[in-house]
Design a protein around this ligand. Structure first.
Ligand SMILES: Cc1ncc(COP(=O)(O)O)c(C=O)c1O
Length: 447
């Protein structure tokens, strides 16, 4: 059996898959924070280009990938599906483990799958400048790369703890021409307010989103771009699941379980959606979302309407949330430190179509090192979480169980986190119950 299953460029999917028309129950609407009514396309126009707003609400099952987007995808797509035979042996499992390797893109993760599309649609509508936030720097670097491909200015608010822990990712963004600010920053009114209340605030994705939205809303030439959570982002990521489906067919494999880590839910969402529709039609397959114990959105959050950011400027999304004021402990998987998750993922969880599990960061780094020492590839700290979940799924698995996971990124810019692990300095944070309870008390009052 082959170690890697490769598709030719001609076999790259030409359309993204939109699950919205195939959901057994409709997705709860996004609510306007002022009127408390379902949001209308024109409400979102100040911060997003119209093409993306239409995709956000589209009921079309298949959406064409524009040629200029496909041309840039071909720099790294189709990505390989790899069999982790050495890792299987090392953990003594009877399961067959495959991973979809999204770490081969220029920025090193799945994030450019949507960044390229978003930069393209912004360019097509004459946008000159895009503002965004980034956690670990994976999203920021993906957008910086994509903006450079379409000659758009890129401004990035990077969560301060990551800005300090990951100077090389910041430099990668700068190499692609982006302007970087540590968030909370002095650039926005909201950043200034946070710093006044807490001068040593480590930042969070929620705060950085508020800053990027404020930046975009205040300027005619600028739009905002989000790297996860929203329907159109998950839509663009379905290229991952569509390729995986073809590759598993080529390998003659029927997957029993698909696993992915969840920050905002985009890599997991894009990976599983083309398979979820089979489950809805009765196929026997499981989907497992993995998150950190320090930020246990899906396993401990409440399924309620909440804001996507800390300043309460975004529309209200129905999602599992730990509260928009929750600032998670500074774990190294910066991309998993988000108080909410994609409404689509939350809807699937609420309807029991997917499951969720959580792990401590040390056990994830242990698993990642085991993986690197057998398969060679060094996983991102976020990806380390899914590898730990794969180990748990593989333990005592019956002969021939097929486990497939999304290898969302490499860890080449996360070596300081590995160093902390090797030096015994990595801390496990228990479920921050009191902080979450306080943050949940501030949820908006909408059913
Ligand atoms: C490598 C990697 N994996 C996973 C994630 C989590 O994001 P999402 O849930 O949107 O895929 C991130 C986010 O930054 C990331 O960089």
């Amino acid at each position: 059996m082959d170690t890697k299953i490769i598709l030719s460029e001609k076999e790259m999917p030409q359309r993204w898959y939109n699950i919205l028309p195939d959901l057994p129950k409709p997705l709860p609407p996004v609510i306007h924070p002022g009127t408390r009514q379902p949001i209308k396309p024109e409400d979102l126009a100040p911060i997003f280009p119209m093409a993306l707003i239409q995709q956000e609400m589209s009921q079309e099952r298949w959406i064409e990938i524009p040629d200029p987007v496909a041309d840039i995808y071909r720099l790294y797509r189709p990505t390989p599906l790899r069999r982790a035979k050495n890792f299987e042996k090392a953990i003594k499992t009877k399961a067959r483990i495959y991973f979809k390797d999204e770490s081969v893109s220029p920025p090193g993760s799945h994030k450019p799958n949507t960044a390229i599309a978003q930069a393209y649609y912004n360019k097509a509508e004459g946008v000159k400048r895009i503002a965004t936030e980034t956690g670990a720097g994976q999203w920021g670097s993906a957008l910086a790369f994509s903006c450079k491909m379409f000659d758009i200015e890129c401004v990035i608010y990077m969560v301060k703890v990551s800005y300090e822990q990951k100077p090389y990712r910041k430099l990668l963004c700068q190499t692609w021409g982006a302007t970087m600010y540590p968030s909370p920053s002095e650039q926005t009114n909201f950043g200034k307010k946070v710093l006044k209340d807490d001068p040593v605030c480590p930042g969070s994705l929620g705060i950085a989103i508020s800053e990027a939205v404020e930046d975009a809303a205040g300027r005619e030439d600028t739009k905002y771009s989000l790297g996860s959570v929203l329907n159109h982002v998950l839509l663009h990521q379905t290229i991952v699941g569509l390729e995986t489906k073809k590759q598993l067919e080529l390998a003659g494999e029927k997957p029993d379980v698909l696993i992915g880590c969840v920050g905002g839910g985009s890599n997991f969402g894009g990976f599983i959606m083309p398979f979820v529709t089979d489950k809805v039609k009765g196929k026997d397959i499981r989907f497992v979302a993995v998150e950190p114990k320090a930020c246990p959105t899906l396993t401990k959050g409440l399924y309620k309407y909440d804001f996507g950011d800390t300043a309460c400027t975004t529309p209200l999304l129905k999602m599992f949330t730990l509260g928009h004021n929750f600032i998670p402990p500074g774990i190294h998987a910066g991309g998993l430190r988000y108080h909410g998750a994609a409404p689509l993922i939350c809807h699937l969880l609420e309807n029991k179509l997917i499951e969720a599990v959580s792990f401590y960061q040390k056990e994830c780094f242990e698993a990642a090192v085991r993986f690197a020492r057998t398969e060679g590839f060094l996983p991102a700290p976020e990806t380390a979480h899914v590898i730990r979940a794969v180990e748990v799924e593989a333990k005592d698995a019956p002969e021939g169980k097929v486990i497939v996971y999304n290898h969302s990124g490499h860890g080449h810019f996360d070596l300081a986190a590995y160093q902390a692990y090797f030096d015994g300095k990595l801390e496990d944070y228990d479920y921050p119950e009191a902080k979450i309870k306080a943050a949940l008390a501030d949820l908006p009052d909408i059913e």
